[in-house]
Write a protein that binds this ligand. Sequence first.
Ligand code: PRP
Ligand code: URA
Length: 209
Amino acid sequence: MSKVQVMDHPLIQHKIALIRDKDTGSKDFRELVEEIAMLMGYEVTRDLPLKEVEIETPIATAKAKMVAGKDVAIVPILRAGLGMVNGMLNLMPTAKVGHIGLYRDPETLLPVEYYCKLPVDIEHREVILVDPMLATGGSAIDAINSLKEKNAKHIKFVCLIAAPEGVKAVTEAHPDVDVYIAALDEKLNDHCYIVPGLGDAGDRLFGTK
Ligand code: PRP
Ligand code: URA
């Protein structure tokens, strides 16, 4: 059964309010998406295993803990997921980055995959799949299918804004995948856009509309 966590930290809520605003331009939007991803990454990595180490301080030997080298792969769903990569990399600079290219066909609203390039050792990595929007769930489900086809085993999905329909679809299709959300919205509209949402995340990040 998937764990679904809505991360309602005040700083995250504040920044989500700013990216929802239609008057927030691409530069600010990009910076905010990166900052929210970093704040979320803090919680998403909470269960990384630790190992005990001994450190010489200027005063004495200290028993301390360091991350036990469980390797991470950050995988954005193109395009909009790219906006979350640097925020995650700020926390985990040695993580590898894979890419899955998907777009929603405007007629069928079904995801069409056009690219998939993952770290060769993806099966040994903790995979953090990122995409700002979880609407119908089609794109996330398809991306997780692609990851599993390449033998990825430990997958977490991190998104900024989700519709209840998408959360249900992803957790039913992939009950082994935990889902982290910054804001859970009300519903989808007739065009399967999230209401109130923030519009088209890719266009807002890259200024394409
Ligand atoms: C957006 C978004 C997700 C997808 C969510 O991408 O970034 O990938 O829609 O919708 P779903 O849950 O109904 O699948 P889009 O298809 O607009 O592609 P883009 O990032 O290339 O603009
Ligand atoms: N994709 C987006 O970018 N926004 C939505 O609201 C739904 C899908």
